[in-house]
Design a protein around this ligand. Sequence first.
Ligand code: G3H
Ligand code: 13P
Ligand code: ZN
Length: 289
Amino acid sequence: MLVHIKTILKKADAEGYAVGAFNTQNLELTLAIARAAVAQRAPIIIQISETTIKYAGLKPITHIVETIAKNNTGEVPIALHLDHGKSFLVVAECIKAGFSSIHIDGSELPYDENVILTKESVAYAHKHGVWAQGELGTILGKEGLLRRKKKQIKPEEYMTDPNKAGEFVKQTKVDTFAMSIGNMHGMFVGSEKLDLKRLEEIDKKVRQPLVLHGGSGVSVRDIKQAVRYGIRVINIDTELRVAFTSAACGAAKKDPNIVDPRRLLSPAMDAVQKVVEQKIKLFGSANKA
Ligand code: G3H
Ligand code: 13P
Ligand code: ZN
């Protein structure tokens, strides 16, 4: 069933587990994520990026998620969230479309500008009964990782300062908070070491649920520790893309004469469902629906 994100996160916070926020792009990924949630009886967040809005259209992708959450998942709670909204405009559009949660990502801006953009978006979201996520600190990965290779940046230059985190959350009134503690977008197994000491400090300064972006590629040990230190949402995208495309390509390679798209997409959905189920178990949210 489609629910407000606060229903999911208040329970997760009270009981001390993390909820998976899984990126969808289309019908097949949405079905696979929802099937995993039902199989594990787990609350989940399904999130949509600006790139996906451009790819699929805001109304079609919103309706796909809402229809599946309302019709295919029984009592299993699913919340719809905007991932990495970079402007007030996209935030406002998603709120109008019916999202219960938005992420306003001003993390690439100077601190004061990030505060201004986040404050404005949070105020608008709250006026409409929607929760807002803010972000402080630079999450490496994708282009960020290339930049890092050229010029060695010291961790304290891009990771979130715990004192600043406390100040940012007070100033902006965000409901959830995303930070940089060694997490990276993409799958860099072995390189994504979390600074758990820093997370512990941030958790002391911020009472709101903490969000770990770049969940793909983070070790099982670090994920488990991060949940102990207050992480309540873990974003997963790349591992779903890898599962989906390798299963679809595998099916095409096995039988190059396939012309029915469903014969490529069904194994892809099964592969994604498997990954989502593993993540749900790891995050501690199985049987919490
Ligand atoms: O963190 C970003 C998400 O993985 C979304 O990526 O903009 O390619 O959809 P995308
Ligand atoms: P990964 O692609 O590393 O899983 O990160 C996903 C994410 O943070 C979406 O916001
Ligand atoms: Zn992210």
